[in-house]
Design a protein around this ligand. Sequence first.
Ligand code: PMP
Length: 370
Amino acid sequence: MLNFPEQNLRTPGPTPIPDDIVEAMSRPMINHRGPEFLELLTRVTGQLKQVFMTANDLYILTASGTGSLEASIVNTLSPGDKVLSATAGAFGDRFTDIAKAYGAEVEHLQFEWGSIVDPEAIRKSLSQDPQIKAVLVTHNETSTGITHPLADVASVVKGEFDKLLLVDAVSSLACVPLPVDGWNCDLVGTASQKGFMIPPGLAFISISEAGHEAQASATMPRFYFDLAEAQSYLERGQTPWTPAISALYGLSLALDKLLAEGLENVYERHTNIAQITRDGVKNLGLELLAQDDAYASDTVTAIKIPENIDGAKLVNMVRTEENVVLAGGQGKLSGKIFRIGHMGAVTPADIEEVMEAIKIVLPKVGFSAP
Ligand code: PMP
């Protein structure tokens, strides 16, 4: 048996799982073509719609978050379709790459990593090219710790131009407000291992009426992620392929807990913990990547590595000496930032422990606060 020590896991996913959810996931297997599974799937699908704040169809996929992003593209688009992808980070680039891989003609509207995507620039691109069919956007860019202004983006994309809006909500849903119907988002994908407090392995995706209309003529190849199959099986209380039943047990309890707490309280809890994190970082004499607290993420904080400091060494020592697991930077921010995840089941005490760990290690890597 593996025997890892218990850690303060502060990566932006997977996130720690509460003990009662761990226990719920140890229940015996059931037949996924039987009445118990029908009851489970029907229940969690209804609860997920409440968390998505949507009356749209919603499907549970056995996949990581990337599966939901791929599903949103291949079910609504055809090779050669023009797509606008507004990005400012590694996950926006991944969404872009999926669209390209399936033959979409992508206009890639790129913003500086650490800033927000600009709705005005999206407006300009959409008015210059009426052929654009869909817009891709990442709600919360985990690689930079920035929450993009999705409500404003949606009001341009849907309200002014009536294009399809495909949203990556992997590190935002169930943590920060995302009223799918209120903002009129067509396809919204997310995953289990972040705000939902359960292990990796499940992805969730909602699809609007406009999404279904696009689906009717979309010709990108698809099989495992064919949402028409998911719909037809859901009507029988099943999934097309063998589902991750244990993760669904966990999901059922996690949704009970989130809904009992109340979504507004869940959002407030994330806002508070993020504020505690940002304050703590600033108190240590460090600088945030986000230049404005207004768009600094409530689920992950990105911190600039001070000049002449070895960031990899810092993250490594915090783990080996203090048992706190942080994340480094991705892509072009590799070596330039480190990140603290604070989504899902996290308490102020967990964050205090993180700050204490960083405080102890900083002088050891040669940093003295200004
Ligand atoms: N998008 C965002 C915003 C993410 O944070 C992640 C995971 N960190 C992904 C996409 C990819 O999700 P997964 O690793 O579950 O496929």
